[in-house]
Ligand binder design. Structure first.
Ligand code: APR
Length: 310
């Protein structure tokens, strides 16, 4: 029997995620949104491209949470972007309400699902989803590091004129200015990046990676990135459904690893049918570890702020 995958939020990221899932033939896809008619319209449009693309899974758009029953994986992309005049805590409060509400519906209607959070601010929204679902933390984690690493891999491949799939890297830490691109773990098919590029070039790529989301926002002007976030979420869904045990940087709940406790932060993990099956505690340089811990402190500060808001 085909597995069911639900995408909550049928905006740019959600609809693109649904399309990529269908194209990969990973199962039946349900896409939901609060806006009436919109997910139904997008779902039907995707379904009607099936005969040409050759995918056979069902795709259904809905406003009804009953339709998510039996989902193996749920991807949360619902949320509002920051608007002019909105403070960071305003955004935290609004998205806490949205993601918290969505997570409660998942708890009720898809209690066996593994949840991948995409909504921003990512690391803190993972925590909101963890609390609202009450699921074990290996079943609630966030997509950020796959995207940030993919950006860095693309920049390196472009600079060196090599196949992007041969570029390996890990961007750890929080999804934002404090992310930690780990140069010591970056290579092209095992050849250390530091042997292939001068330091200034590497520094420039690290800086561009950190600002990668903003670069797209500045170009689009009316929204944020969605093709690469959707592709990144789908890579994680695939590893769960196929139990392929990919080792990917994901935002997971740490309980002492890297000296970080009680918050979500991006680190390398093994993803399989059991969700997060292993957290890898890799050797980082002193500077990288300090940056990771500082990143966790920023997430902790947001958690404290959120406790005050609620
Ligand atoms: N339940 C379901 N859907 C909701 C809810 C809710 N309570 N609240 C809002 N939505 C929907 C909106 O109606 C909209 O269709 O979430 C969708 C968000 O889509 P976009 O505004 O297009 O945003 P998008 O670019 O898809 O980004 C979604 O992913 O990468 C992150 O930062 C990004 O947090 C943002 C999220």
């Amino acid at each position: 029997m085909k597995k069911k995958i639900t995408v909550i939020g049928a905006g740019n990221v959600g609809a693109t995620t649904a399309l990529f899932l269908a194209e990969k033939r990973l199962g039946d896809v349900v896409v939901t949104d609060i806006v009436e008619g919109m997910p139904q319209g997008k779902g039907l449009d995707m379904l009607e491209s099936g005969p040409i693309h050759g995918y056979c899974g069902r795709i259904k758009g809905t406003n009804d949470y009953k339709d998510i029953e039996g989902s193996s994986v749920v991807v949360i992309t619902a949320g509002l972007p920051r608007k002019p005049g909105m403070s960071r805590s305003d955004l935290l409060a609004v998205n806490k309400k949205i993601v918290g509400g969505v997570a409660e519906q998942i708890k009720t209607h898809a209690p066996d699902a593994t949840v991948i959070v995409v909504s921003n601010p990512l690391d803190i929204m993972c925590w909101v989803a963890l609390q609202a679902t009450g699921f074990a933390s290996n079943r609630v984690f966030g997509m950020a590091g796959v995207l940030d690493s993919s950006r860095m891999r693309a920049f390196i491949a472009d600079e060196l004129d090599v196949h992007p799939a041969d570029v390996v890297t890990m961007v750890l830490g929080g999804h934002g200015d404090s992310m930690v691109p780990v140069v010591s773990m970056t290579s092209v098919s095992g050849i250390p990046l530091t042997d292939l590029m001068p330091k200034e070039k590497i520094d420039a790529i690290v800086d561009r990676t950190r600002k990668g989301g903003g670069e797209i926002v500045n170009l689009l002007k009316t929204g944020s990135a969605f093709y690469s976030p959707a592709a990144s979420a789908v890579e994680m869904v695939e590893s769960i459904l196929l139990d392929s045990k990919r080792v990917l940087p994901c935002s997971v709940y740490l309980e002492g690893q890297y000296g970080i406790k009680g918050c979500y932060i991006g680190v390398p993990v093994k993803i399989g049918a059991g969700g997060v099956e292993k957290v890898y505690e890799v050797k980082l340089t002193g500077e990288e570890l300090k940056a990771l811990q500082a990143s966790a402190q920023a997430v902790h500060a947001d958690m404290e702020e959120l406790k005050k808001i609620s």
